[in-house]
Design a protein around this ligand. Structure first.
Ligand SMILES: [Zn+2]
Ligand SMILES: [Zn+2]
Length: 143
């Protein structure tokens, strides 16, 4: 990947969320591990990552993810196969997803950030994150 950097950078990447003081060590570990993932990851895979460093149960990982979601620190997306993938909210990635083979390709830019900021300013809603996904057929499946 030696292409020129996109003008519109992946939004939010420069705003790291400081660890919330009221999180338990287990919840902190889940959040920290998630922030290190370059791609959204399933709870089971994340469990595998954390288990390499500390003793933690899969149920604890699930509970921590649910809590972190409510705190606006974690978001999730559901793949075509029904798998739930989690990511830290500052990793604002969007995807092109193939309806035939299910492959997901990240999109470099996010044009929704401006809209989100405007909504945040004009509504009484506190916005944690947004989702945007494009569906179609990939090059390999089209041929
Ligand atoms: Zn495909
Ligand atoms: Zn975005």
């Amino acid at each position: 990947m030696d292409r020129d950097p996109p003008i519109q950078k992946t939004c939010g990447a420069s705003v790291p969320v400081p660890p919330a003081p009221h999180l338990t060590p287990g919840q902190q570990a889940v959040l920290a591990a998630l922030q290190q993932q370059p791609q959204p990851i399933s709870a089971q895979a994340l469990h595998g990552v954390i288990r390499g460093q500390r003793s933690i149960g899969l149920a604890t990982v699930y509970r921590a993810l649910e809590l972190l979601k409510l705190l606006g620190l974690v978001q999730h997306r559901v793949t075509l196969t029904g798998e739930t993938l989690y990511s830290a909210v500052e990793q604002d990635h969007h995807y092109l997803t193939c309806l035939q083979c299910g492959v997901s390709v990240p999109v470099d830019s996010c044009l929704v950030q401006e809209l989100a900021a405007r909504l945040q300013g004009t509504s009484s809603f506190r916005i944690y994150y947004h989702t945007l996904e494009f569906f179609g057929v990939c090059e390999g499946c089209e041929g």
